[in-house]
Design a protein around this ligand. Sequence first.
Ligand SMILES: *Cc1c(COP(=O)(O)O)cnc(C)c1O
Length: 388
Amino acid sequence: MEFNLEHIVRKNIWNLQPYSSARSEFDLYGSGKKELTLLDANENPKGDLNRYPDPMQSPIKQELAKQKEISKDQIFVGNGSDEAIDLLYRIFCEPGKDKVILCPPTYGMYAVSAAINDVEVLKIDLTERFELNIDAILEKISNCAENEQPKLLWICSPNNPTGNAPLKADLKHDWQAQNYTHGGMMDMPFAPAFEAEMLDNQRNLDKLFGAFNGIIVVDEAYQDFTENTSFINRLEDYPNLVVLQTMSKAHGLAGARVGFAFASPEIIELFNRTKPPYNVNELSQKAVLTALLQTEKKEREIKEIITNRDFLAEHLKSFDFINEVYPSEANFLLAQVENANEVYNYLRDNGVIIRNRSSQIKDTLRFTVGTRKECKEVIQALSAFKTN
Ligand SMILES: *Cc1c(COP(=O)(O)O)cnc(C)c1O
């Protein structure tokens, strides 16, 4: 069935007349703004932060468009990804009527935002190896009547808290990129087994995106820590795809609260009309632009975190009360731990705060990868627990 945006958007949002400021009506943000006599917004004429910020975050979008090789009108900038998550519910889901699909164990905000917006949640668990259960999702969709189709499907990849990537955007591109960075040829032939896997992955993506009439959201908060191809590269192929990324993790700006949604210009227009006009403050916009331009610093910090991740994983595996450390494509490690609650409490009482995920996955703890010193502190605390 052909994807039809108008059919899945809430009527009130489709018909919404958005708030408009004089400056955005005449496109007065950006160049030349200082020479203008600005008497349109009841601001104080004096001060450093006296003006309202650019509602469309134009310089940020310009830089992002360049870096991601997409157009500015495919980008939404929000007050954290959390704002984008909430807006997706408000744009597409009728409170008390619509439903969405989540794939637990996953990020908690999808369910919290659903509850706030009074939207029903259907759960299709990840498989035992934390892969997406595509057949079960397709079956669930086909069991819903045509006028009761789920509006959103949430996929977090790399997934929080498991650390793996349950859905891959393009294995062929992954293969080529890896060959290239390791000095090989871009057009190196594929091993037959890999070729089958690659075709299988592509078939699964086509099946999933084709069968789902709603929006498939791929949350790539941890994309900077994996070599997998971003779903941003598939926006042209799938009109019902929304990709989320954030400044909170690899970019080190969790305190600035800035996240992004990438999608078709039609979907981004719906975000823009629904968001509060001045949703990203001036200080954060400046900080984001600065951080986006510091590409070398970011690459260096990511490399360091990945080295520390390997270091921490090796040490965690050496404790006999830690049964498994799951492979991670993110900046954290999930471990299966005997007496996880006891270990968690002991660490907390000794000033080391980690995340207890045992309520989601039996006996598991999640460790964020910090500096080398912080890794050593957690290892030392675990050693003390052991001899305690
Ligand atoms: C941390 C995280 C985010 C980031 O949210 P912000 O509001 O941008 O800080 C989004 N999704 C997942 C899965 C996360 O773990």
